[in-house]
Write a protein that binds this ligand. Structure first.
Ligand SMILES: N[C@@H](CCC(=O)N[C@@H](CS)C(=O)NCC(=O)O)C(=O)O
Length: 338
């Protein structure tokens, strides 16, 4: 196997969100737009379409928050971030929140001082190889060159996996997914490793997706979710409960098709509390009574957002799997709206 490129020492250490100021909700309201950090480009998750409009599963979280806070799902300034730049962008206040396949880990919470408000995609790290390589397990990758995005959990998991299995590899450090795709297709590395959802999205963009296989091993837990700075709990609550509203909406059967009808009142008290016809949940958050209705209207409930952007009917073709509702055998479980 090819041996290329040198290892770059890569860590997000040294960052601190200490500069975080409270009052993000007021800042966003005063500004009239939400500054939302997303990926630089990952089909299905966050990518500008032919008209330059951002689309995707992570983008939908930004739009839902903008709709909840500002009543306008288009009032978002999307800020592309790489694996490396995303934490500085959030810590410095350049963005109000990050919604970019980012894994919730101990050190990002405790050391970098960010609050993950929930999980919008339960993932795990996988490997993609060209079929021609003739490899059927990651354990056969001894000596391989591996394309890997810097500043990610992927780097550390990769090192752990090879160490535990007593095999060696040569990392080919990469900044963005687009670059990884290019390098991998050009043969600069034998293997591309990242979160399995990212591999599926990347492969879907290939001219000949069937010439590449995802190996069976999933070597880590990657709970991906939106995050905010420590120290601004009110803002954290807004983002957390917007995500929960999307998840609960699916569980309770609130959809794009029926939301205007349900917003007139139903015989389910929890639906009424979410949609603001009963109780004062919006007021508690510092938002309008119909904040969640606006968030759900922005792109549909969690299930609708999943199906439209990354689901089985899209080229990315992801099954719900762990991301099914708890009532369907998955891990999605919103706390109650009461
Ligand atoms: N889950 C990992 C990896 C996240 C990551 O960087 N993923 C890549 C590939 S799925 C990505 O989003 N690329 C998009 C881009 O480069 O803009 C983490 O949080 O560190």
């Amino acid at each position: 196997m090819k041996k290329t490129v040198i290892f770059g020492a890569l860590t997000a250490a040294g960052l601190a969100a200490g500069a975080a100021a409270a009052g993000t909700l007021d800042d966003v309201k005063a500004r009239g737009t939400l500054n939302c950090g997303v990926a630089t480009g990952l089909v299905g998750f966050a990518t500008p379409d032919a008209n330059g409009e951002w689309q995707g599963f992570d983008v939908a979280v930004c739009r839902a928050v903008a709709a909840a806070v500002l009543g306008d799902a288009t009032a978002v300034e999307f800020v592309p971030t790489t694996g490396k730049t995303r934490f500085t962008a959030l810590a410095s206040g350049e963005i109000d929140m990050l919604a970019r396949n980012t894994t919730w880990t101990f050190s990002r919470d405790v050391d970098l001082k960010f609050t993950f408000v929930g999980v919008n995609y339960y993932d795990g790290q996988g490997f993609m190889v060209p079929k021609d390589l003739g490899v059927s397990s990651a354990k056969e990758l001894d000596g391989a060159t591996v394309c890997i995005q810097t500043g990610t959990t992927t780097e550390l998991n990769l090192a752990d996996f090879f160490r535990v299995n007593g095999i060696s590899y040569e990392p080919v450090p990469i900044e963005t997914n687009a670059e990884a795709q290019q390098q991998y297709l050009a043969g600069a590395c034998d293997v591309y490793t990242t979160d399995a959802s990212g591999l599926a999205a990347t492969r879907a963009a290939f001219e000949a997706p069937n010439d590449h296989v995802l190996l069976p091993e999933i070597i880590s837990k990657e709970p991906l979710g939106p995050l905010v700075r420590h120290g601004d709990n009110e803002w954290g609550d807004v983002v957390r409960w917007t995500l929960n509203a999307l998840i609960s909406a699916e569980e309770l059967g609130i959809t794009s098709a029926n939301i205007s009808e349900m917003s007139a009142g139903t015989n389910n008290p929890e639906i009424n509390r979410i949609l603001g016809t009963e109780g004062t949940l919006g007021e508690m958050l510092g938002l309008d009574a119909d904040w969640a209705a606006k968030a759900i209207t922005a792109g549909g409930n969690y299930g609708e957002i999943f199906e439209k952007n990354i689901g089985e009917s899209t080229p990315i073709g992801l099954a719900r799997g762990l991301n099914a509702q708890w009532t369907e055998g998955g891990l999605l479980y919103s706390p109650p709206f009461r």
